[in-house]
Design a binder for this molecule. Structure first.
Ligand code: AMP
Length: 190
C-alpha cells in the first residue's frame, strides 16, 4: 500500500490536487471535510454533530473524526492505497492513523505539504466562499479561526512527520499543473 498524507493549511489546494493524484496512482481519496459535508447534507447524527464545530471553524473532536476515517479506510481497501486529505490534523489523530495502519501492516509512506502564505490563502478562501456555499469559507472571522486551529493543533505535525523522516514540502503557489508536477515528482521518487 502507498499511503500519502496531503498536508497544508485550509485553501492550500489539497482537494484540487487530490483529484489528479488519485487517478494517476489509483489511490482512494479520503477527505474528512468532504465526508463531514456529505453527512451534513444527508442530515445524519454525525453530520449534525460535525456541523456545530465546522460552522465555527473549530476542529471536530478527534474520537469522532478518527472513527469516521477508519470506517472509510475499511470500505476502500480495493485501491493501491490512500490519499489522506485533511487528516490527520492533530497529534492524537496522527498516532491513531499510525496504529491503525500498522494493523494493515502498513505505514504513512509520505506526508507532502503544500506550502503557501496565509494572506494569499485567506483571500483564496473568501473567493471560494462566493461559489462553494461553505459557511466556513464566507466569513473572515471563521477563516481566521481555522488558521488558529491549524497553527495550534495541526502545525506540530510537521515536526512529528519530519522526525519520522517522511516529510516533503512542496511550493503550493503556481498553476494547478505546475503544482501537480511538483507533487508527482515527489511521489515518483518515494
Ligand atoms: P476541510 O474541508 O478539510 O477544510 O475541513 C472543513 C472542516 O471540517 C474543518 O474546519 C473542521 O471543522 C472539519 N474537519 C475536517 N477534517 C478534520 C479533522 N481531521 N479533524 C477535525 N476536524 C476536521
Amino acid at each position: 500500500m502507498i499511503n500519502i498524507v496531503l498536508f497544508g493549511k485550509p485553501g492550500a489546494g489539497k482537494g484540487t490536487q487530490a483529484e489528479f493524484l488519485k487517478t494517476k496512482y489509483n489511490l482512494a481519496h479520503l477527505s474528512t471535510g468532504d465526508i463531514f459535508r456529505f453527512n451534513i447534507k444527508n442530515q445524519t447524527q454525525l453530520g449534525k454533530l460535525a456541523k456545530s464545530y465546522m460552522d465555527k471553524g473549530d476542529l471536530v473532536p478527534d474520537e469522532v473524526t478518527t472513527k469516521m476515517l477508519i470506517d472509510s479506510v475499511e470500505s476502500n481497501l480495493d485501491k493501491n492505497g490512500f490519499l489522506f486529505d485533511g487528516y490527520p490534523r492533530t497529534l492524537s489523530q496522527a498516532e491513531a492513523l499510525k496504529v491503525f495502519l500498522s494493523t494493515k501492516s502498513s505505514i504513512v509512506t509520505a506526508t507532502i505539504a503544500l506550502e503557501a502564505d496565509d494572506e494569499i490563502l485567506v483571500q483564496r478562501l473568501l473567493e471560494r466562499g462566493k461559489t462553494s456555499g461553505r459557511p466556513d469559507d464566507q466569513d473572515e472571522e471563521k477563516i481566521r479561526n481555522r488558521y488558529q486551529e491549524y497553527n495550534e493543533k495541526t502545525a506540530p505535525l510537521i515536526e512529528y512527520y519530519k522526525n519520522q523522516g517522511n516529510f516533503h514540502a512542496v511550493n503550493g503557489i503556481g498553476t494547478i499543473q505546475e503544482i501537480t508536477d511538483r507533487l508527482t515528482k515527489v511521489i515518483d521518487n518515494l
